[in-house]
Design a protein around this ligand. Structure first.
Ligand code: PLP
Length: 438
């Protein structure tokens, strides 16, 4: 191929728009890049066909456009599939977002939501921001301040998926990390012996891993006293947002797989100044970061400029209000995450059997497991009967993902695994239709 053979941007974009339903500006941009690349490659020798290159790039781009998928992986809080499933809450068109309808004056954003959260967990005050990483950044900046020294155990300098690294976040907040203890063992005396002044004490729940063997850590319950002796507020990042360790919304109390997950209400009752958690993990709500605790600390956070930079929008307020009202009025069992997590094994076996029969697919129902996910309760699983399809798992997985709407299955030991615990009963027929295409 030489320069004269290259198509014009317009001609290539015209060809490409036959197969792709994307805005013309996007197609033109991809066409231009592919032709530019080919022009450069002509000079060095071996250009790829810009038409093929552009078509491939457009397909990849088109499949990354946000859309609904059926999650048949059995990972309930699947970080790549949007974490907690939430019912479509209609985003208000106009709303009283910052308007006080009773006085006709300017009102406070999230005022009701903050009161609702505080009342639900038994806190003096609450604040919601964009996500938990933002909540921690804000807590450190507001409570420790620039060069403020924050004490953390060396066993909790964690990384969570999606480039959340505690030391980096701490540096970004302007606070100064003071490590105490060792990777596997940290004692109360390690905190007490911290030299110099301390502006905050932080404990981070190591959500996505466990250190086993010769280990020692200071539990959340002991931390508020330690912080008080150091004359500093205690910040507890519990991560997953389990609201109450006694799970009053689950008949028969907490299931085995929740094991030692720290809970917001209890960590708060033990005397923490601020407890931080995500909205879209075990809470089962939309993406958000929630801070609850003492009025003085929460107000310092609310007044800090970062609070404005990480505030939430009307859609999140509406959705999180629904989530917390469910907890506050004894309806948390209806939250999609908890429904999925607590569906009885026999019920899932019956649905799987029906899907298998309706699809006519060639598979078998075997004992499997589901994962709470999002780095919560690592290593713990929920027993679940699953549909196992042997044969070319690459091909089967692809066919399911190419279905309209896409069905995302799991792959294990060369087989495709379809797990209905993370599928709503309404979606069973979609899974059956996708399976029928195999
Ligand atoms: C998940 C998690 C975070 C990050 O929360 P995002 O809402 O994803 O920003 C922070 N700390 C802990 C302990 C976590 O488990």
């Amino acid at each position: 191929m030489n320069l004269r053979d290259l198509p014009s941007v317009d001609a290539l974009a015209g060809d490409l728009s036959v197969d792709v339903d994307l805005p013309r500006a996007v197609i033109v941009s991809v066409a231009r890049d592919a032709i530019d690349d080919a022009r450069r490659a002509v000079q060095t020798g071996s250009p790829a066909d810009p038409t093929l290159v552009a078509a491939r790039r457009l397909r990849a781009l088109s499949s990354s456009r946000l859309r609904a998928v059926v999650n048949a992986t059995g990972v309930l809080l699947h970080t790549n599939l949007g974490r907690a499933p939430i019912d479509d809450t209609s985003t208000p068109f106009f709303s009283n977002l910052e308007f006080d309808l009773s006085s006709g004056q300017r009102g406070k954003r999230s005022h009701y939501l903050h009161e609702l959260i505080a009342a639900t967990v038994g806190a003096e005050a609450a604040l919601v921001v964009n996500n938990n990483a933002g909540a921690l950044l804000l807590a450190l900046a507001a409570l420790a301040g620039r060069d403020g020294r924050v004490v953390v155990s060396r066993g909790e300098l964690i990384e969570i998926g999606g480039s959340f690294r505690l030391p980096d976040l701490m540096a970004a907040s302007g606070a100064h990390l003071v490590e105490v203890g060792t990777t596997n063992r940290t004692r109360e005396s390690d905190f007490a012996d911290t030299p110099g002044t301390v502006e905050a004490v932080l404990k981070v729940h190591p959500s996505n891993y466990r250190i086993k063997g010769f280990t020692e850590e200071v539990p959340f319950s002991k931390m508020p006293d330690i912080a008080r002796q150091l004359g500093a507020p205690f910040i507890a990042d519990v991560g997953s947002g389990l609201l109450d360790e006694s799970t009053p919304w689950i008949d028969g109390g907490p299931p085995e797989w929740l094991a030692d997950e720290p809970a917001v209400r209890q960590v708060l009752e033990q005397g923490s100044d601020v407890v931080l958690f995500s909205g879209d993990k075990l809470l089962g709500g939309p993406q958000a970061g929630i801070a609850v605790g003492k009025t003085s600390s929460v107000e310092r956070m609310a007044r800090h400029p970062i609070a404005r930079a990480v505030r939430i929008n009307a859609a999140t307020i509406a959705s999180l209000t629904a989530t917390f009202e469910a907890y506050a009025s004894g309806r948390a069992a209806e939250i999609p995450f908890w429904q999925m997590a607590t569906t009885p094994v026999e019920e899932i076996r019956r649905r799987t059997d029906e899907v298998l029969r309706a699809s006519g697919a060639n598979g078998s129902i075997v004992d499997g497991e589901s994962l709470p996910g999002a780095g919560s309760v690592p290593g713990l699983t929920i027993p679940t009967p699953v549909l196992r399809i042997d044969g070319d798992d690459e091909k089967t997985w692809r066919l399911l993902a190419d279905h309209e709407p896409p069905v995302v299955a799991a792959r294990r030991d060369g087989a495709t695994i379809v797990n209905l615990r993370s599928v709503t009963p309404d979606e069973d027929s979609i899974v059956a239709a996708a399976l029928a295409s195999i």
